[in-house]
Design a protein around this ligand. Structure first.
Ligand code: SF4
Length: 336
């Protein structure tokens, strides 16, 4: 690991100023924010990340979960994943979020990892984490060894010829269907970014993963309330039952009226380069009864644009089945 300077941020503004000191102001200087450290410290030990400055966020008071007057929820950036998953308001009002969080990592990691850290979780592509290999995300322009290599776990949606890395976060799949606003403090003040606009697909610039710029600090997320009669849930398919990333996963928010779909939101994970919404499938099901035929057709449409790689063609069928089963689980008797 390279030497680095560790500093405690004294306020949000202080963190932003320290974060913005890289890389334009000081040549060769890079700054990283440290919260739970469950991704950053691993990557520093692997020499994938080598910041010159690390800014700790522990004393900023961003670790609160608060109910909002409209029935929504405000989640601080440094709220631990375990605290969020077990929060009564989350379990009652947003079960899909609780289930997604509890399906991720291990109990020890969930006790350390934070909301904003999970939001910004880096890919588990093995070539990204090995500095001997070519990786456009880690070293722009160096190539992508995953294209002709081990790509079983990687993406089939949202890929480009420059990167096929999958977004590994379970929490992000749940957030895709909960549609939060992400609150960011930057050099030019506070702004909010809808979750759907936050993560980028790789295109020619896989090293750019979000709309954040140097100095930007995620301070909190606000979740809008779900309709009182909404049901939600998360289904994760993986090689083993715990401490494993998704091969395919699906988050659902569903409202039915008179035997037909009033609202359905379908989020997909493990198969896409960013948290994914199956918009076409949602449109196909809107206003329709949840029959086996309708759901099967919608699930097939969700995978229509899939581009399998040499080792992950099985994900097309796996994800299709994952969608059908996730809807079946959440719909209960409404699934005919
Ligand atoms: Fe790097 Fe992306 Fe290729 Fe993996 S898939 S080696 S992260 S460029």
């Amino acid at each position: 690991m390279m030497p680095f300077r560790l500093r405690q941020a004294l306020s949000v503004q202080d963190a932003v100023l320290q974060g913005a000191a890289s890389p334009t102001a000081q040549q060769g200087s890079t700054v990283r924010f440290l919260a739970g450290g469950t991704t950053l410290l691993d990557l520093m030990k692997l020499d994938v990340e080598h910041p010159t400055h690390v800014v700790q966020l522990a004393k900023l008071g961003l670790d609160r979960i608060e109910a909002l007057p409209d029935g929504g929820l405000c989640i601080g950036a440094t709220v631990r994943n375990a605290d969020l998953a077990h929060h009564e308001y989350v379990k009652r009002g947003y079960p899909v979020l609780s289930e997604a969080l509890l399906s991720g990592a291990s109990a020890q990691l969930r006790n350390m990892a934070t909301t904003a850290g999970n939001l910004l979780q880096r890919t588990r592509c093995v070539y990204f984490r090995d500095t001997a290999m070519a990786c456009n995300k880690r070293a722009p322009g160096s190539g992508c060894d995953a294209l002709a290599g081990y790509n079983r776990n990687l993406a089939i949606l949202g890929t480009s010829e420059h990167c096929i890395a999958s977004n590994p976060s379970d929490m992000n799949v749940a957030l895709a269907v909960l549609e939060p606003q992400i609150h960011v403090e930057g050099l030019h003040g506070e702004r909010t970014v809808p979750f759907s606009k936050f993560h980028l697909v790789p295109r020619e610039t896989p090293h750019l993963e979000t709309v954040l710029v140097p100095g930007d600090l995620v301070t909190h997320l606000t979740l809008p309330p779900l309709p009182p009669d909404a049901r939600s849930g998360y289904l994760k398919l993986r090689d083993r039952a715990s401490y494993e990333f998704a091969l395919a996963s699906c988050a659902i928010v569903l409202v039915t009226r008179d035997g037909k779909v009033d609202t359905i939101r379908i989020g997909l994970g493990g198969i896409a380069t960013r948290p994914w919404r199956a918009i076409e499938a949602e449109h196909m099901l809107a206003g329709q009864p949840l029959t086996e035929a309708n759901v099967q057709a919608a699930a097939a449409a969700a995978l229509k644009g899939a581009k399998p790689q040499s080792e992950n063609g099985f994900k097309v069928e796996l994800a299709r089945r994952c969608i059908v089963q996730a809807i079946r689980n959440v719909a209960g008797e409404a699934f005919q």
